[in-house]
Design a protein around this ligand. Sequence first.
Ligand code: ACO
Length: 375
Amino acid sequence: MAVTSRGLEGIVASTTRLSDVRGDIGQLIYAGYDINELASKVSFEEVIHLLWHDRLPNRSELKFMEEQLRTSRELPEGVIEFIQHAPKDALPIDVLRTAVSMLGLYDQDLIGEDPLDLNRARAKSITAKVGVIVAYFHRIRQGKSLPPIRTDLGEAAHFLYLITGEEPGPEAVKTLDTAYVLHADHGFNASTFSARVTVSTLTDMYSAVTSAVGTLKGPLHGGANEEVIHMLQEIGSIENVDAWIHEKLRQKQKIMGIGHRVYKVLDPRAPHLKAMAIKLTEELGESKWIAMSERIAEIMFKEKGLNANVDFYSATVYYSLGIPTDLFTPIFAIARTAGWVGHVLEQLSDNRLFRPSSEYVGHTPGKKVVPIDQR
Ligand code: ACO
């Protein structure tokens, strides 16, 4: 008999080799490696290779991957023109969603090759371009010039260089690179699932990533990191935390960055981001953000048994790096693109259309149409 599961909770929709979210024990695995093993030891580019090829690269494979990403960064002229003409007050995540869709219009160069190679080329091209799109829009909305694309910087360093126009420091690069590693994939989360559903109709990769960006944007998913900073700013100081949180809970409102569908214990990414946030805020002399965050997490665990998720401390990490709040979710998207396109390739390698059933709770069938002027 068919089972109804609201929000598909507990439903195993397909198989994947990319990552495993073990919610009961708070473990995240990328292709056999615990995220705690990867977080301090490998770069984002190594993780991309791991997700797309099911193993970590050797030196020459990593060099090849890095070169391919670095030489795929230039945006088509038409996409740059769109970014230049987008409303300056548009949300960067919306600009990214639309620009990813537009990339599909300029894909002719890749036409005519073997379909798998083509999709691998698209995966690299999209992954290489998402950071450039976000950074270019950020520059343009500030009325600043577009720094030339460079090929001597890794993904994290290049993004920081583009948004600031300056050579990024090694600490900032390491921090963002680790954040990218932690955000790269996460099982059948909502945005990844939407990418897989989209491409399961055998549409193209641009459509799948466009769906994914739109899905990530929502505050119950990747949009939560931006809401966390808004919340901390609204609370203002450690003295206000208890009253603010209790009032929100009394009003049955959700506290952003807290809770998770799959993790019933601590999200394993959160301690890494928390440690990074503590270090950065201490360096900036702004430790109040962490003190407030810790108090919020403490109250939420005591009152609701809920833990902080990946978005809770990543918000403070990006804030401390001087990144504007509305770039937080786009940064999440930049990192998660590696997972999205990896899942698209995996879905296409053994595709079956996603088409769940629904439980009909409407009127009893048998109604007759009453002529319109008698209704
Ligand atoms: N604040 C307050 N209460 C919460 C929260 C929260 N953040 N999260 C869950 N709850 C409560 C709900 O109110 C509900 O309580 P009730 O049973 O008394 O009504 C119960 O916990 C279950 O909540 P659901 O929303 O049904 O749980 P679900 O598994 O659907 O939600 C979700 C998971 C969406 C992440 C939820 O915890 C949430 O909204 N969190 C805040 C938004 C957020 O941080 N999202 C980012 C998630 S991580 C990511 O996507 C990258």
